[in-house]
Design a protein around this ligand. Structure first.
Ligand code: ADP
Length: 311
């Protein structure tokens, strides 16, 4: 059993970098790129990038971009398990990035919100050692029902589950208590500092990490350029600094942390060592445009050796 199964969002990111302020009602020149993204799919790609060979991604996409997303996942070393939706387009995010790297998003969740319990089969857990659920699943009724079903099936099968709370805005809409009740039974929680504060009402991430680790056995709180904290059984048990890098785009930093952390844990690392791997991946993520690892190109250092044998 070596599989890492990620369930969550697959998104088409349209990233428009404009050097001058947006000029309403006329043209603004921009460098525009269409990139594969989505918190769940990004985390899967970063786990593969960190060397885990058996990574699988379950998500729902529109027919128009299904093939493109499948190819991108395969190139990243992830086995796509994509459900094609003929009635909704692939989730699309338009990211407007100004000269100071400040980002504004326009979000159309499209097919990603329509992942439904009918798309799930308990047999998806065959050969799976860990299930990761993107928090975005919990913010729409079909996704939430799917996540709860997958979580229950994984618990019954003895497969540990991790959850990324994903978004303070959506957490507020759903309700913190409801999210915490939904995620109950997860073995690992991956909030960033803002999410950890929101989920606990604590002002300090250290305190929040401790509180959350009374409900979830292992909590890794990411702190942006300040690195990450690990907490277990009510107290902080590890602190890791982030490598210093020149950030160009913070999209996917948390997803990179999650993917690399899970890959390291699956390979047998202790939580603090896994957090260090997560921080290295997070630092790498902020140096590239988009939320996925840069694809290997001639002249670029190859990715790390596989942590597990190729199946
Ligand atoms: P999220 O994207 O979920 O908000 P964070 O911003 O906390 O997550 O970033 C996740 C991880 O990425 C951090 O723990 C850190 O290791 C790394 N990281 C983020 N921003 C930077 C940065 N500016 N420099 C170096 N590492 C960073």
């Amino acid at each position: 059993m070596s599989g890492l199964l990620v369930v969550g969002d697959v998104v088409t990111d349209v990233v428009a970098r404009h050097g001058t302020p947006l000029a309403p009602a006329t043209d603004t020149a921009a460098a525009i790129r269409m990139l594969p993204g989505g918190a769940g799919a990004n985390a899967a790609c970063w786990a593969a990038r960190a060397g885990w060979a058996d990574v699988r991604m379950l998500g729902r996409v529109g027919t128009e971009a299904a093939e493109w997303h499948e190819r991108a996942l395969r190139r990243a070393g992830v086995r796509p398990m994509l459900v094609e939706d003929a009635d909704a387009a692939t989730a699309t995010v338009i990211a407007l990035v100004d000269a100071s790297a400040e980002r504004t998003f326009l979000t159309d969740s499209g097919a990603a919100l329509r992942l439904s319990p009918g798309d799930w089969s308990d047999s998806f857990l065959d050969g799976v050692a860990h299930l990761h659920l993107s928090g975005y699943l919990f913010f729409a009724a079909p996704g939430r029902a799917t996540a709860l079903r997958a979580l229950r099936a994984a618990r019954e099968a003895g497969v540990p589950v991790s959850v990324d709370p994903a978004s303070t805005g959506f957490l507020k809409q759903l309700g913190v208590d409801r999210f915490l009740a939904d995620a109950e039974g997860a073995a690992v929680l991956f909030p960033n500092a803002d999410e950890a504060r929101l989920l606990t009402g604590c002002g300090e991430p250290e305190q929040a990490a401790g509180v959350l680790s009374r409900a979830f056995p292992l909590v890794a709180v990411t702190l942006g350029a300040a690195g990450a904290l690990v907490a277990e059984a009510g107290s902080v048990t590890g602190r890791v600094a982030a490598p210093a890098v020149r950030a160009v785009d913070s999209t996917g930093a948390g997803d990179a942390f999650t993917g690399a952390f899970l890959a390291a844990r699956l390979a047998g690392a202790d939580p603090t060592t896994a957090a260090a791997a997560g921080c290295r991946a997070g630092a790498e993520a902020v140096t590239v445009v988009g939320g996925r690892p840069a694809e290997d190109t001639p002249g670029r250092a190859p990715g790390p050796r596989p942590l597990s044998p190729r199946p």
